[in-house]
Design a protein around this ligand. Sequence first.
Ligand code: FES
Length: 246
Amino acid sequence: MNLTLKIWRQDGADVAGRLVTYQVSEISEDMSFLEMLDTLNEQLIASGEEPVAFDSDCREGICGMCGLMISGQAHGPEVTTTCQLHMRSFKDGDTITVEPWRAEAFPVVRDLVVDRSAFDRIIQAGGFISVNTGAAPEANNTPVPKVKADRAFDTATCIGCGACVAACPNASGMLFMGAKVTHLSELPQGQAERDARVVSMVNQHDHEGFGGCTNIGECSAACPKEIPLDVISTLNADFRKAKRGA
Ligand code: FES
């Protein structure tokens, strides 16, 4: 298929960006979206132009590196990561706009690459449990009810891609933070630091410049791992409890 691409080009963090139009041809519907961008970059390099900078690592929907805003939708028209989006989701002759995540807390580094280290700092603030390392403990020594184990596992699937922030009109990181807080607060190992964790993470989230949640739900709709919106309720309940000291 032949496509028109309008791609955000920005030479660095402190310079203005602009949309630049490119034509690509003979794109197979079996290509991933990133392979289509690879094809564009080969074309640009062959003609002596700068290739488009974009992030990727695993290309298997695991690492969360590859987020792009594709025609106004985080990760594009399917509920998946950009690397798992295939060109069969588009039609011959389509015009596709490709932009970086837009959020104050995710500054543009270059072209489609943003700095998502704000998420790392939220995790550093409390998204962990403090345990001595060593041999893996016997799992049956710490029974976890099935319902809690399932919810902890489901929320642990968050890959920190940032689509929730990009999709939210408030650029809130509360779905990401809610997933991390819920994952640990469902498990016995997460109880000792439960109150301190949620307060530290929320403080860091606000310090980074993410907005608050106003229950719009775009975050959960855009999430490639389908993290449910109610993790934000868990986050808020844990935060209130910690602040009350109850
Ligand atoms: S490149 Fe790892 S999730 Fe897309």
